[in-house]
Design a protein around this ligand. Sequence first.
Ligand code: MOS
Length: 754
Amino acid sequence: MANRSPLSPAVNPVEENTQGSIGKPLDRVDGPLKVTGRAKYSYEYRSIKDTAYGFIVGAAIAKGRISAIDTSRAEAASRVLAVLTYQNAPKQAPPHPREPGENRYDRSEPFLFSPDVRYQGEPVALVIAETFEAARHAAGLVTVGYVKDREAKFDLVANQSQAYKPKGVNAGMKTDTSEGDFDGAFAAAAVKVDVTYHLPHEHNMPMEPHAAQAVWEGDRLTLYSGQQIAAAAQSTIAKTLQIPVEHVRIVTPFIGGGFGSKVPTHAQAVLAALGAKAVKRPVKIAQTRPQMFANTNHRPECLQRMRLGANRDGTLTAIAHDVWTQTTPHDEFIEQTASFSRVLYAAPNRLHRHWGVILDLPSSDIMRAPGEEPGSVAQECGMDELAVALDMDPIELRIKNEPKDDPETHLPFSSRSLVECYREGARRFGWSKRPKRPGTLRDGRWLVGYGVASAMFPTFMRPSSAVVRLNADGTAIVKTDMTDIGTGSYTVLNQIAAESLGLPTDRVSVELGDTQFPKSAGSGGSFGAASAGSALLLACEQVRSQIAQLISKDRRSPLAGIEPGKILLQGGQAVAGKKSEPLPTALSRLAPSGIEGKGEHQGAEKEPKYSSHAFGAQFAELGVDIDTGEIRVRRMLGVFGSGRILNAKTARSQLVGGMIMGIGAGLTEESIVDLRDGSFVNHDLAEYHVPVHADVPQIDAICLEEKEPYANPLGIKGLGEVGIVGVAAALANAVYNATGIRVREFPITLDKVL
Ligand code: MOS
């Protein structure tokens, strides 16, 4: 270990951490429950008696008004209990349009509250029946007449000229920023790129469709609903139903993926609560896969104009990133797409701006790395185009423009290993074998190309709390309403508690996803592990300090009289220097009912002194068939600097998963709008192409060992999202390197290279 470079890989190959549990590639502690089918998801609480089934009827127009609605045939159908429409649904608060600075995930979200239709597939009725089949059948018997608004708009490109300045962009980031004189510097630049990229709508497609089961007991509601942020769902439901927040309990211990789409509280959750109230029985609702295309999240279509000006030696003098994003009349959501280019490269003259284009489509919302993922396409393909114009290696161009501090805020970076990621990645990937001229490397019928791009995701922190109880038998139990969306929260929180309390991981149990537990940030924005984990760390420190004080004062302990701050918990013992006492012995004497600690972390500092982001370098090699244009990814490597790694195995899975999702963004995923009626046409997994095994080649993710001293007490920067960022750009750049064809319209399907 002595001669280890400060940036030697920590994640892969896996290294044993002899200091404790954090960092070890511990298998998922919830794995056995999942593979044996014992982990219960929202739709699976079968022991709840008398549960009825709800089925959503979606609007058949995009914009207009219900003129007539006939539910009589549905109501008369066999085993139907009720049909809810705007005419008879329980009362709800009106919708709450987003204002800047407000939390979009904590607001009223009513359904069936008005005859107005805002988008194709918006719920217009809920049929409740004894069985799923009966409900679905009767849903087909509801007849709805509409008056269509003929002015409805669905086409981003056709409506770009109608763009408006939004009130704000996602994650509280600035809508527009500028520095210096972009226009002057760009006009004077020796080498320029001025290009526009067009990215499609995409949909989050977690394996578990959105489902909820609602149970009322008197005026209190328990809602089993896959939610990334339990407390946000609790508050949203309370606001919508206008009941006290403490009357709502959200239970969400297992979630089959989210990628952002289970951060909002969607129709099935609200309608299950309304339906259960109406029929005075538990009700459960699952959205079908096609319904999810209208009633969950999608990443909005956008146009991005990227202008880069540089000196002949490759020094950037001017950067402008202008973004036009789809949003809706009823709900403004704009991805922070131009925020990517604010952070990556130095240039004295810069401009980063967003516009909204209002279309009558379902609300867009967050999808893995909202903003940073699409933003990386324009900045990183733009850099590749500039490298070609300069006849320069694209990695050297990036390294040349490495900033001294955050180019937007001018705060120092808390840690930034982007250059090291490129150097290490280039070495491992064999970047030197990249063809210098496009279209010159052949392997049989394949034209082969290499591409790179940078990844970045900000380190967010959100207020969180957790409790931990250390029992006298040397076991510990952690509770927080933090969620595990498949990411490994159960496992990393176990490791944090185990290491902090000096226990083996099999003596620790973790309970998550219930609003009866202390409130946490939940999962989203890559802040989950950092926020909940920091709270847990503080809770464990409280336990340690309480034990240490008791022991220090107790004459029967071998550690009596030792300053409490010097007493540590290690290997199941309280330890100070050479002296020790087994914890069960000390606890059974001093605290037979155990010791509880509560930790609260305040989240981000109001006035941060450092700019904190995870960075990475994405490498891709692909082949393009010379006749058919078929594009096959051959190899991918991501090298990341993400601070301390909590679990080598789950970290790698997260990053590789993000990279696979990036293949989708680059090559396969696109939600196509029918421009006549505003519906998403390819609304199932047969036609919305997420990458499948055959699309995923040899793929590897590495985390450099990186010290992050400032972001949070754990020194981690989050890695749920950085893995997807830059992948689409690296693939596009590889397509160019293979063929000499620059595709600026995503995804890059074979028709675009023919
Ligand atoms: Mo992530 S899109 O914030 O769950």
